[in-house]
Ligand binder design. Structure first.
Ligand SMILES: [Zn+2]
Length: 325
């Protein structure tokens, strides 16, 4: 498991993010479990692209496995899907800045939902209808622990019942640590967008620009996740992908090693650090009582994020928890 010194010829490839077709220069090769993987760098957006002819494609059919069986192939789990910070960041990024009554018309579509934390967050705090899709065994956990109605399915093969449920509804597509697993993200995303009315797409992905060849291979392995992750985008790669998908407004937040990219039909901005931290705090607690109306919650939550709201004072003078958690 290491970087290896190979100097390969440029390879004719198409960038799955920006769409550029060209002879891409070899970026770096590495050895993992006696197999050699080689990455090429897109000449336009600098995303890192595999020549898939060199890579076997064992997407683990977890949806078909009995619960409790841990596949040896499932070794690298990217932290973003489980970090409360990134869950809050991506979920909040998917929410359009619209009045409360309009927000409630939207469906939050959480694909590759993992433990379902983002679905739970949006359902609990904002009262939106959610559709949660997770093929792996963590989908069962999301059902058992958080009480979510989880569809055990792959993004590329969403059941017709889900598509029917989403028909003619404005959808907020949430993809936390999903895009980098797709062999052809543009094809998969444009397919779902041709069938579902996606108003906002928010995605967290590893940042290809973060890979530092001067550091040990171990520092990069969670980004590469051999046989699990595919091509890695840059900020520009994600922005061009979102524009190719038809979004007229894009924005990206960069945190160390990760991109949170947003494509939207209307002007968009990334959530503030304060709002994300507030969301993270909410995620770490469990509601004890049914929260107030979605509109009230969102107003109070948003106001707190803008820094113009202090926690209510309880009758005894103590600070009241913002969301009655
Ligand atoms: Zn590119």
């Amino acid at each position: 498991m290491q970087w290896i010194d190979l100097a390969l010829e440029p390879c004719p490839l198409e960038c799955v993010y920006c769409g550029q077709s060209s002879e891409f220069p070899h970026f770096k090769s590495y050895e993992y479990e006696n197999e050699t993987f080689s990455l090429y760098k897109c000449t336009h957006c600098k995303s890192l692209i595999y020549d898939l002819r060199d890579v076997d494609q064992p997407i683990v059919p977890q949806v078909d496995q009995p619960d409790g069986v841990i596949s040896e192939d499932v070794r690298w789990i990217y932290e973003a899907g489980f970090s409360s910070y990134h869950v809050a960041a991506c979920a909040l990024s998917a929410l359009p800045d619209v009045p409360d009554h309009e927000l409630k018309e939207h469906v939050f579509v959480d694909v590759g939902a993992g433990l379902g934390m983002a679905s739970y967050f949006i359902k609990t705090l904002f009262g939106l209808k959610i559709i949660t899709v997770e093929p792996s065994r963590t989908g069962k956990l999301a059902r058992d622990v958080l009480g979510l109605d989880v569809h055990r399915a792959y993004f590329e093969k969403l059941p017709q019942e889900i598509l029917d449920e989403l028909a003619n509804k404005p959808c907020l597509l949430h993809l936390n640590s999903v895009v980098e697993h797709l062999v052809d993200p543009a094809a998969v995303l444009s397919d779902i967008m041709s069938r579902v009315q996606v108003e906002v797409l928010a995605a967290i992905v590893p940042d290809a620009a973060w890979i530092n060849l001067n550091e040990p291979f171990l520092n990069a392995v969670s980004y590469l996740a051999p046989r699990d992750h595919r091509h890695l985008p840059t900020e520009l790669g994600m922005e061009l992908l979102l524009k190719r998908l038809g979004f007229s407004h894009v924005a990206t937040a960069i945190t160390p090693g990760l991109l949170t990219s947003i494509g939207s039909r209307s002007p968009v901005s990334v959530p503030s650090e304060r709002l994300i931290k507030l969301g993270r705090a909410c995620l770490s607690r469990k509601p004890e009582t049914p929260p107030p109306s979605a509109g009230r919650r969102r107003r109070r939550f948003s106001a707190a994020g803008r820094g113009c709201h202090e926690p209510e004072r309880a009758a005894d003078g103590g600070a009241r928890p913002l969301l009655r958690l």
